[in-house]
Design a protein around this ligand. Structure first.
Ligand code: TYD
Ligand code: ZN
Length: 416
């Protein structure tokens, strides 16, 4: 029996259809990756960014999400391969799959959902592993294709799963990184995975982890694309309905704290004891309790007050402050806190497609990295905090010149 599916929330849980309501609002938000041309600020799209927690199934989700076509399109500004660390991370993810689940299999087939510019699949391609990427954003999919990585531009669902299974056979492994949390119709994707996976196959995905977001008050994980923030508890329950069992979990440091989940057809694999340990940790953290989210809201408000106090003080002292990394996450911080071009001179970013554009909502100019190094500011607000180790190692020149970092996760602070 297939559960009743609601891909648009309308006040109902997107996974289990229980009634849900938001516990807070981040206010009017633009598209997180919607960087604007300076002459294109009219008719900017806004929606209300309001998260909800389903007490019935434990799923943390957005009540309202813009139409996917507004977020993932031919101009999608997000290229995975911009960070050296992330490149190494995806090579390791691919190696782990090749050395465990695919080892010893005859002509295995790997499918990646949301394969972006091919940052992970290229490692399968290089070793001659049969692979297929599914990437709805045509511009990033083109980058992958020009590198010989087999990619189709489409949204994954049961129908597409059926087509792939018929044409190319069932998959030994289905992988997804930072993509499952993007897809509002989780039941539709789960049904597709169930259809496409071999009886002894695995589905491995990773996404920002709810436990990290709650403990670090990293509310900037909440933006249009992240319709879900998962926990082991919510993942286990959501996929059980499709005959998929959570058999392993592995915490990751990427994206400010992520979790990798391994699922397999029920009964086909031993369940690691780490699964029960993680579920117990989540109970201790109170991830299943509504009051945890009431506290989270208060923590967000305190974080906002502290950050704005710092930025107002530096503004009154006429310090030069810039943003570092025009991340998707920064759109939530900037618009929720009320950061304006009066607080930040510009945001430095290494992604060419973002440069020369204005940040969504607040219209802070995004400039090339050269602008940052050419004349170091007094302070840099570290929006790309998930890459803090890589960046602070790289930017010893900035700190040597007297520059200071403003950070806001897990707390607002000025550090050198
Ligand atoms: P990312 O980590 O993907 O965060 P999000 O998912 O919130 O968008 O984005 C990092 C952004 O920061 C990306 O636009 C590239 C930029 N960046 C720099 O400008 N310099 C750097 O050294 C690094 C690592 C990233
Ligand atoms: Zn639910």
């Amino acid at each position: 029996m297939s559960p009743k599916v609601k891909s648009a929330s309308n006040g109902y849980c997107r996974v289990c259809s229980a009634r849900i309501s938001s516990f807070m609002s981040f206010g009017r938000m633009p598209i997180a990756n919607g960087f604007l041309r300076p002459d294109g600020t009219e008719n900017e799209y806004f929606f209300e960014l309001a998260p909800a927690f389903c007490e019935a199934c434990g799923m943390f989700q957005l009540l309202e999400q813009p139409d996917p076509q507004k977020m993932f399109h031919e101009q999608y500004a997000f290229y995975s391969s911009t960070s050296r660390y992330m490149q190494a991370h995806f090579e390791a993810f691919a190696d782990a799959a090749i050395n465990t689940v695919l080892a010893g299999r005859d002509n295995p087939f790997v499918v990646e959902l949301g394969s972006n510019d091919g940052i992970m699949l290229r490692h399968f391609k290089e070793r001659g592993v049969r692979h297929l990427g599914i990437e709805p954003s045509a511009n990033v999919a083109d980058v992958a294709r020009t590198q010989g990585i087999s990619t189709i531009s489409a949204f994954f669902d049961r129908r597409l799963a059926n087509e792939i299974a018929t044409d190319q056979g069932s998959a030994d492994a289905i992988l997804a990184a930072n993509v499952m949390c993007h897809i509002a119709d989780l039941p539709g994707v789960a049904a597709g995975v169930q259809r496409l996976l071999k009886a002894d196959g695995v589905f491995v995905f990773e996404d920002p982890y709810l436990g990290d977001m709650i403990t670090k008050t990293s509310y900037d994980q909440i933006y249009d694309e992240h319709v879900f923030i998962f926990s082991a508890t919510s993942v286990q329950r959501a996929f059980a309905r499709f005959g998929l069992e959570l058999v392993d979990v592995m915490p990751q440091i990427t994206h400010g704290g992520s979790m990798r989940y391994t699922l397999a057809p029920r009964g086909s694999r031993e369940v690691s004891k780490k699964v029960n340990e993680q579920l117990a940790k989540e109970t201790t953290l109170g991830l299943d309790l509504a009051e945890t989210y009431v506290q989270f809201k208060a923590n967000c408000e305190n974080s906002r007050a502290a950050l704005m106090q710092t930025l107002e003080r530096l503004r009154s002292q006429q310090k030069r402050v810039v943003g570092y990394g025009a991340t998707s996450k920064s759109t939530t911080v900037i618009n929720y806190c009320g950061i304006t071009p009066a607080h930040l001179e510009f945001i430095s970013d290494t992604t060419p497609i973002k440069q020369g554009r204005l940040s969504p909502g607040a219209h802070i100019p995004v400039k090339a990295y050269d602008e940052f190094t050419k004349s170091y500011p007094d302070y840099a607000l570290l929006f790309a905090w998930n890459h803090a180790a890589e960046i602070r190692e790289k930017e010893t020149g900035f700190v040597g010149a007297g520059g200071r970092w403003i950070v806001y996760v897990p707390e607002v602070a000025i550090v050198s």
